[in-house]
Design a protein around this ligand. Structure first.
Ligand code: GPV
Length: 802
């Protein structure tokens, strides 16, 4: 947008006067921050209204992206960058003696997600908008987002994240557009004229109130919306209870209703099976669908053409209730018969799977499901009945197979099967992951409907992760190849011609050093530790999960410690190991691993012989805004999950585009990163997914893989040298009761990992060669742009012409 400095100053002054009754000169810092955000929000509102009007006239198809999580992070800088107004605001504020960076620093992260899945949803909102698509995100306005993490004596402590205090500046409450959601209750069935009518009675009504957040895109006319639902008790409920003298109970019900949107469940890649969680899911799904259909009816006067005008996307199974809820609304509220309703449902819904791990595949006990959602349960049973009938024709008599594929079986409702039965497109998030889906867990569905399945490899909003968080690198790239890459990430390939160019390599090294110094400063502030910016910055930043194998990293560090202890002059390239990770609050093993990382950090630090060679830092409270500081400083990107378990990974892409070289297994999107950069520009190690499978089949006993070096490391876990004795961790690796020891094959992959780490240390010494690897990684990262991914969704899944 084109505004002059004086105009911006005026906007700020007027807004500050209207809201706080003072000019921007007299505003406190907090008032200045809020004023700035309100002004930016107004600019977006203005743009949005033009865009919405245009779109309405075109009658184009639009996407609704349903997700229980959007890990938005901060919005202020992103919005200004996208509007192309960062510098004009900066100078307008500077004239008022306000440093824009100090206002940026006041913004809390909107942490409405756990990790990769939630961040992906936000990256896709950015890309849809940048591509000029009409796309709306739907989620929940959690009063408390992902918890704040503090490390106390090595243990993770969780604290509530009260983000709304400063973060609600971006939200527009639209109370008038609320919907009633019905929980519990009973069903009354009546037959009239041979037609069944089901009435839902005695339910607890909860009001879903929408809050809009504008989503900006780069250099585009589009402004999209993220709609966040908040649960509220409907007012009229109180009055009836009051009149019956049930004052306390009615207020209890009030808080019961409002508790639904209180807090984000902090479990990642894992189900909790809690009653409140299914209520959250239904609140999201029912409110969103009611609002989508109401809007559609107003515009087109019919729902018959819903699949032509609307794509509703289910982000993992968390919003899978879309399947029965859309069916319900069409039948109960709009009078469709089953077949017509089901036809619309199947042609409207699409589904992305994000994991193959069984502990993350959502299943609900039938008893809980039917008690909370009686009508929905009834519809699910009918979907199941019809499906089983059909499957009986395809696989006559194959009871086991039919049971495996059923949405309802063994006393449970299985959400993935519900999606597979109903959605017309299903995708995985990397080539390897999508292959595993069709060859193993979803094989039986694939066999009957192969065209339903496709792959869309994940992508990132690289303008945030490169241009905004690493402006130094972005400006070097601009000087070398022009700014085409800001629109089209594949243009980064132009950098390849600078391979081996001394000057360019030197510039890259300089920039990396600047970003490492900035991270070192943060670490010294946050952890009170001084790290050496000339050491290798080796980072593993992601949720703490056993399958991601932070433990493998730590064990290798203990091995390096031993090498240095044995030979203080050993040829070890100085290294700083950076960890950042939140563990789900109830995940004890993950918390113990954090404790272990801290203990190893202390051990290394307490030893004068080791201290100068290796440092271990655990940075607390990992979140989007912290990732933006760590990633530009990284040189080694640890992507070391056991092959076959990490569906894709997206941190791997963010690190790559900032010039970090991947040290990883052939898992998730690492496979495609390797394809892009070639084997010479990545440090690969470990078993492949088929090798992992094969070893499980043969029977895995970790004890056969323990080398003498590893034995020594494992003994350290329980010897007392680490202060605490890590008996549980040691047992989880070695005790082969029921064949569950070392479920993530950390021991089997150790030797290969150790050797890869040795190569990293050696190759880093040839600085130009290493920087060349780094350059190739930046140059080849373009394909992992969210713009590319969203285009593929539009083409292959949503059937939207761009
Ligand atoms: I399921 N993922 C996540 O962050 N939370 C979840 O509950 C589930 C999946 C992640 C996968 O683990 C990553 O491999 C993947 O890159 C990401 O989803 C986005 O697809």
């Amino acid at each position: 947008m084109n505004y002059k400095k004086d105009e911006v100053t005026n906007l700020l002054n007027t807004k500050c006067m209207n809201v706080f009754g003072c000019s921007i000169d007299d505003a406190t810092e907090k008032q200045a921050y809020k004023t700035l955000c309100y002004v930016v929000k107004d600019l977006l509102a203005e743009k949005r209204s033009k865009f919405a009007k245009q779109y309405k006239e075109k009658e184009g198809k639009q996407v609704y992206y349903m997700s229980m999580e959007f890990l938005v992070g901060t919005s202020l800088r992103n919005n200004l960058y996208n509007l192309g107004m960062e510098s004009v605001f900066k100078s307008a504020l500077k004239q008022k003696k306000i440093d824009i960076n100090s206002l940026y620093a006041m913004e809390p992260d909107a942490g409405l997600g756990n990790g990769g899945l939630g961040r992906l949803a936000s990256c896709y909102m950015d890309a849809m908008t940048s591509l000029g698509m009409m796309g709306t995100g739907f989620s929940i306005r959690y009063e408390f987002g992902i918890f704040k993490q503090k490390i106390v004596d090595g243990w993770q402590m969780e604290f509530p994240d009260n983000w709304l205090e400063m973060g609600d500046v971006w939200l527009n409450r639209r109370e008038d557009e609320s919907f009633i959601i019905k929980f519990g209750g009973t069903l009354k069935e009546e037959w009239t004229d041979g037609k069944l009518k089901v009435t839902h009675e005695n339910y607890q009504p909860v009001m879903a109130v929408p809050y809009d957040m504008y989503i900006s895109g780069y250099d585009t006319d589009a402004v999209n919306k993220l709609v966040l639902w908040s649960a509220k008790s409907p007012n009229n409920l109180d009055m009836t209870a009051f009149s019956r003298g049930e004052y306390v109970r009615s207020l209890e019900e009030n808080t019961m209703a409002e508790v639904i949107s209180k807090i984000l469940y902090p479990a990642d890649d894992h189900i909790e099976g809690k009653r409140l969680r299914i209520k959250q899911q239904y609140l999201l799904v029912s409110a969103s669908l009611q609002s989508i259909l109401l809007k559609h009816i107003k515009k087109y006067k019919t729902l018959d053409n819903l699949p032509d005008k609307v794509a509703i996307h289910i982000n993992d199974t968390h919003p899978a209730l879309c399947v029965p809820e859309l069916t319900r609304i069409l039948i109960d509220e709009y009078g469709y018969d089953w077949d017509k309703a089901w036809d619309i449902v199947t042609r409207t819904l699409t589904y992305t799977n994000h994991t193959v791990m069984s502990e993350a595949l959502e299943r609900w006990p039938e008893s809980l499901f039917s008690a909370e959602l009686p009508r929905i349960y009834q519809i699910v049973l009918e979907i199941n009945r019809r499906l089983v009938q059909k499957l009986n024709e395809v696989y006559p008599g194959d009871i086991a197979k039919i049971e495996y594929m059923s949405p309802v079986a063994h006393g449970e409702v299985r959400m993935a099967n519900l999606c597979l039965a109903a959605c017309h497109k299903v995708n995985g998030v990397s080539k390897l992951h999508s292959d595993i889906l069709i060859n193993s867990i979803f094989k039986d569905y694939y066999n009957i409907e192969p065209d339903k399945f496709t792959n869309v490899t994940n992508g990132i909003a690289y303008r945030r992760w490169l241009c905004q968080s690493n402006p130094e690198l972005a400006s070097l790239i601009k000087n070398l190849i022009g700014d085409k890459f800001v629109h089209d990430a594949t243009a980064l390939e132009g950098l390849l011609k600078y391979k081996g160019d001394k000057n360019v390599l030197e510039s890259l090294q300089k920039i990396k050093l600047v970003k490492k110094q900035a991270l070192a400063k943060y670490i010294s502030h946050a952890n009170g530790i001084n790290v050496d910016p000339s050491s290798i910055f080796d980072v593993q930043i992601k949720r703490l999960h056993e399958y991601k194998r932070q433990l493998l990293n730590v064990l290798q560090i203990l091995h390096m410690y031993n090498v240095i202890k044995d030979n203080p002059n050993a040829d070890i390239t100085p290294r700083t190991f950076v960890f950042a990770a939140k563990a789900s609050a109830g995940y004890m093993m993950a918390k113990q691993i954090i404790r272990l990382i801290s203990a190893v950090a202390d051990l290394v630090d307490s030893d004068a012989a080791v201290r100068d060679k290796i440092k271990v830092v655990f940075i607390e409270d990992y979140k989007v805004s912290l990732a933006e500081i760590i990633i530009p400083a990284a040189e080694i990107s640890e992507q070391i999950s056991i092959a076959g378990k990490e569906a894709s990974g997206t941190g791997n892409m963010k690190l790559m585009i900032n010039g970090a070289v991947t040290l990883g297994t052939l898992d998730g999107a690492n496979v495609e990163i390797c394809e892009q950069v070639g084997k010479d520009n990545i440090f690969l190690f470990g078993m492949t997914a088929p090798e992992v499978e094969e070893l499980w089949r043969k029977g895995y006993n970790p004890n056969f893989f323990v080398t003498p070096e590893l034995k020594r490391v494992l003994d350290m876990l329980t010897s007392g040298i680490l202060g605490t004795r890590f008996e549980d961790i040691s047992k989880s690796l070695l005790t082969n009761s029921f064949g569950t020891a070392d479920a993530y094959m950390t021991i089997a992959d150790f030797e290969s990992y150790r050797q890869a780490q040795e190569r990293v240390g050696k190759e880093y010494l040839n600085r130009d060669k290493f920087t060349d690897m780094s350059l190739v990684n930046i140059a080849k990262a373009g394909i992992f742009s969210a713009d590319r991914a969203v285009k593929e969704y539009a083409d292959n899944i949503w059937n939207i012409k761009l």
